[in-house]
Design a protein around this ligand. Structure first.
Ligand code: NAD
Ligand code: USQ
Length: 399
């Protein structure tokens, strides 16, 4: 059944292809975005490697190739509460997909200004949205893009469940109390901290106002294009490669094309969860089609296809492309080595058959990087945001 869907943050890397996919499925889609991602790219002198058209041109191209219309509203959901309320009151959407947050961990750790910006933007935006949804009582399903990183990365091989941990606590008289608790968070950056705080706000509004909420704990997204963004050059998705917003695998692929050594942080022993952008859009559509019932706890799904160790990724990209690998001082404060096992049972049960690295799409992303490599700023490649002063180059934690 066609739904009315509002995509917050629909000009971004995940939001834009998701909006197109939902439109192609026949839903009536409206995008709201404040263009902060484009402004921060200018501030960092690191525009997307792919040329991103103005929103009007993107939407005109979509109308031309699909015959479908997507509406757009320029709106800051963290700053303009009245505007957000008016939009939701007018649209009465069946679902809101919430991508509209500052999402780079390094950017959130740059300095106090970026730390407070990230908290103000992400926490106010999410809370404004929840407060409006509770006030309007339209029974809108909220689908939020969360992150695997809230669980922390010092795992010892325990498979991370989908959001909740079933525990039994023994009282002083020996009585055993079963509880289902939110999996304890262990954020590794101010950005990941905001995602952990989001979780508490969702739990509160699901319980207090019976909001229907799905929180998708997504792994690191790689790739660029989807079936819809390939349809016209003006629809191309963004490709961030800089030290703040470039995610590790896309960075390695771009670095290989640029003739830059692959920048492995520390020993490269960090294990992370990954998902291709094409599966991001599929998962969001599946989540919208399978909402929780009113009064249910927040539905938390792990949105990840596979896990990899960073040095193994570098080795794979080096083998495919002939690039060299450089082990650089880790600017972050993170475990040097960790294992990671993740349950993605719900999406598997809903029919997701995810794209894996071995499926050959690395070559496609490399081709996109090669096509636009002349647009890159070599000064933007290095990761310069330090987690603590102890991470300054040449200093080890023993210094
Ligand atoms: P992005 O920065 O490319 O897109 C975010 C969009 O939201 C941008 O267009 C930005 O302008 C907009 N935005 C930010 N604050 C806003 C505000 N206050 N009001 C209106 N619009 C605002 O990021 P992305 O990679 O598309 O990530 C989207 C979501 O998915 C984020 O919440 C992120 O935490 C999550 N996520 C991303 C990844 C990844 O690897 N990219 C992985 C896991 C989770
Ligand atoms: N890394 C390198 N070399 C690089 C860049 C990164 O070794 O050049 C390492 C980092 O130290 C880290 C790992 O690769 O250990 C992943 O870094 P990343 O920048 O790809 O991912 P991260 O900072 O975790 O953030 C990204 C998105 C964020 C999302 C998160 C999902 O920017 O929005 O929430 O992935 S997750 O990691 O599962 O929490």
């Amino acid at each position: 059944m066609p739904l009315s869907i509002l995509v917050l943050g629909g000009d971004g890397f995940c939001g834009w292809p998701t909006a197109l996919h939902l439109s192609r499925l026949g839903h009536a889609v409206t995008i709201a975005d404040n263009f902060s991602r484009r402004r921060i790219a200018d501030e960092l002198d690191a525009p997307s490697l792919t040329p991103i058209s103005p929103m009007n041109d993107r939407l005109t191209a979509w109308r031309r190739v699909s015959g479908r219309t997507i509406d757009f509203v320029e709106l800051d959901i963290a700053q303009d509460f009245a505007g957000l309320r008016a939009l939701l009151a007018d649209l009465r959407p069946d679902a809101v997909v919430h991508f509209a947050e500052q999402r780079a961990a390094p950017y959130s750790m740059r300095d106090t200004r970026r730390k407070t910006y990230t908290v103000d933007n992400n926490i106010n935006g999410t809370h404004n949205l929840l407060a409006v949804l509770a006030d309007l009582e339209h029974d809108t399903h909220l689908v939020h893009l969360g992150t695997m990183g809230v669980y922390g990365y010092d795992g010892d091989g325990l498979e991370i469940p989908e959001g909740y941990l079933d525990v039994t606590v023994e009282g002083p008289d020996g009585t055993r109390y079963p509880r289902s608790i939110l999996y304890p968070t262990r954020p590794g950056s101010v950005y990941h901290l905001t995602k952990s705080l989001d979780q508490l706000m969702f739990a509160f509004y699901a319980r207090n106002d019976r909001l229907r909420i799905t929180d998708l704990h997504q792994g690191i997204v790689w790739g660029t294009q989807t079936a819809e963004t390939r349809l016209d050059p003006a629809l191309v998705n963004r490709f961030d490669y800089d030290g703040d917003y470039g995610t590790v695998l896309n960075r390695f692929l771009m670095q290989a094309v640029a003739g830059h050594p692959l920048t492995v942080h520390g020993t490269g022993g960090q294990t992370r969860a990954f998902i291709n952008i094409q599966d991001t859009v599929r998962c969001v559509a599946l989540a919208i089609a399978n909402p929780p019932a009113r009064g249910e706890p927040v539905k938390i799904l792990n949105q990840a296809a596979e896990t990899h160790r960073v040095r193994d990724l570098a080795r794979l990209v080096a083998e495919v492309t002939g690039a060299s690998v450089e082990y650089v001082d880790n600017p972050r404060n993170e475990a040097a080595e960790n294992d990671l096992r993740v349950s993605n049972a719900t999406f598997r049960a809903l029919g997701l058959d995810p794209i894996l690295l071995r499926d050959g799409l690395l070559a496609e992303t490399t081709e996109i990087a090669a096509k636009y490599i002349d647009r890159h700023n070599p000064d933007a490649i290095a990761a310069t945001a330090l987690w603590t002063r102890d991470n300054a180059p040449g200093l080890s934690s023993a210094d």
